[in-house]
Each structure stands twice: as structure tokens, then as C-alpha cells.
Design a protein around this ligand. Sequence first.
Ligand code: PLP
Length: 396
Amino acid sequence: MSSQNPVFIPGPSNIPERLRRAIDVPTIDHRSDSFAELFRPLFAGVRKVMKSSDAEVIFFPATGTAGWEAAITNTLSPGDRVLAARHGMFSQRWIALCRRHGLDVQTIEAPWGAGCPVDAMGEALTRDVGHRIKAVLVTHNETATGVRSDVAEVRHALDAARHPALLFVDGVSSIASMDFRMNEWGVDLAVTGSQKGFMLPAGLAILGVSQKAVAAMDTATCPRCYLDLRDMLMANAKGGYPYTPPVNLLYGLGTSLEMLDEEGLENVFARHQRIAEGVRRAVAAWGLELCARSPDLYSDTVSAIVVPDGFDGTKIVTHAAEKYGTAFGVGLGEVAGKVFRIGHLGSLTDVMALAGLACAEMAMADLGLPVRLGSGVAAAQEHFSRTGPKALSQAA
Ligand SMILES: *Cc1c(COP(=O)(O)O)cnc(C)c1O
């Protein structure tokens, strides 16, 4: 029975009924015309979501982590320097992955709860007159802390320093839920996955690759085979794959893109923003604070909520799972135990969000946190009743 509750983890997100049906299809021959027909429209569809006019779009049967790996191994060589900020578990993991591939990572430390430190990145780029830095890594939405960083500002820093480094962005928990502008921000490689904003099961690493990043493939010597973009681009151009494609997920992606298009991308972003704001008002009504240090950093897909001293955030998550059959996210890395997370991305309505907030309240109250039942729900209700989806369409 508990499996019928929606999840409130920041990925994998809830899979809507329409997508569960879309992936339930019999086997087809992936070397047939019917595969090519299903496959071809996906490129333009993802380009639209990433707001890119000319990116190569790639679908590896893998997850976001493989997207990080494909980004660096296809464009860089061992010993190349990359510049990255560490301000959460996901930015940290990407840095660790780069080191394992023998890259020279210049890391800028920032507090967990802060955004990508653009000023310090800009200084590092300006100081790098010999252009040793080959790529800059940015985690658009740090899922561990609920922090959105300003990718446009990183692009400005690169331009102000007249630095030619490639700009790689982890958009795994933002793309298709929050505004992402690959062209405008001059992103050379955008990474995402199927199980967050696209509302599908895990299994597709989705990459947007600029022509500048494609050109970097020719000189990159990091070892790669399964994740080699050259094999993939060559096979894709003929409507196929260098190996067996995850056909069912690609069917699902076609329908996911349809759903995003039917709702309208800007409406999808507005819905995420509205639901996130309802959650934030609930957190304020509980007398708690977000891990994100200031409103400009607030993520519209996940909120990391700081628990009062003396309480363990992980216990809230365990208790909610055991007693109420509902999943929230635990704190990771440096903020383990200090926060718990409410994921609010993908297929989510105001009503589902209210259920999650009600459950979080019960779990906290059961454990003795000073949270009054109904307080957060009421704050979110007030927000949703004023701004709900119908209110929006009437205003439009
Ligand atoms: C989920 C996530 C990833 C990738 O995780 P996978 O489990 O490999 O799909 C990477 N970065 C961010 C910011 C994420 O939220």
C-alpha cells in the first residue's frame, strides 16, 4: 500500500501513468526503420528543453554519473587542468571522478549551502594567462544542498577573462524542471538523466554537446570506449546505435517530451517554482531554515531543510519511511544528519506536495521536533490557493 504514495526524493522522481504505459512496449528490432523513426525526433525535442539550436544530443544507456564521465573523457587528456567548485555532494563526486581519470583539478572550496563561487572562479580564470585550464565544471543545481548556481555568471566570468576553457554543466536535477539556456549561457556540455525532470526510470544519460566540445574530441586522449562520443555520433547519424539501445526508455522519452511540450516548458518551470515556494513557506512556518544561504540560491526542485541542533535529519527520513511509507531524502556528505530533503520535481501537483508536507510534519512531530501539525501545510495551502494552476491560466 505504501508504494502508492508519491516519493519526495530528489530523483528518481515519480513516473506518471502515461510514461509507465509509454515504456510498456514489445521488443522491436533496433536496426529497423521503426527504431529510426522513434529515435530521430528525440534530438530536436531535447535541444528545445536545453534551449540549444545546434547541440549534438546523445543518449547513453547509463545514468548521470556516466554523463560526467563522458563529458570529460571525450574532451580532455590526462594531466589537463579543470576548474571546479566543491559545495555539495554532487560537485564533490564530479571532482573525484575527474581525479580518477588523471585530470589536474583546481578546486575552489565553498560552504555547503553556498552557490558556485563565481568571483573566485573568475579570479582563477583571470590569473590563468597561459590557459592551462581546459574546462570549467559547474553544478547548476546542487541536489545535496538545494542550491541553484548562476551559470550565466560563470559564462560572464569566462568571457571577462577572455578565457577559452570549455564550460561543462551538470544539469541532472535542473534540466526539464528549471530554466536552462545552453545557447545563451555558452554551455559546451550539458549533462542530465532520465530519472529526474524527464519523469522516467533511471537508465538514460542525456548529453547536449556544443560544436566546440565536439571539436575537442579529436585531441582528447582520456581512455573511453563504451562512452565514446565518436562512435555514438557516427551511429546516430544513420539513425542507430553502436550497441543495443534502451528502446523502451527512448519510447518513454518521446512521450516525456510530448508531455513537457503540451504543458509548455515555461509553465513547467512556473509549476516547479510555485510548488517549491509552497514548500519553502511550509519550512518557514515550521520555524526551520533551508541549507541554501539566500533566496537567490533557492532550488525549485529540492529543498534541504536544516534540522534543529540535537536532532538527526536521517531519523526523520527513516521514520517517515517506516511509519508512513513515504520517502524523503537524507542529508549527504558534510550535511549528513544535519538536513533532510524534500524533492519536488518532475510529475508533481500542488495536492501531492501538500501530502508530502503533511507527512513530513507528522514525522517531525512524532520525533519531538517543535513543529505544530498543520502549520506548514496551512502556509503552503495559502500559497497554492492563491497561485494554483487554474489561477495561473486565468491570469494568462
Ligand atoms: C542525481 C544527480 C546526478 C547523477 O546521479 P546518477 O545517479 O548517476 O543519475 C548528478 N548530479 C546531480 C546534481 C544529481 O542530482
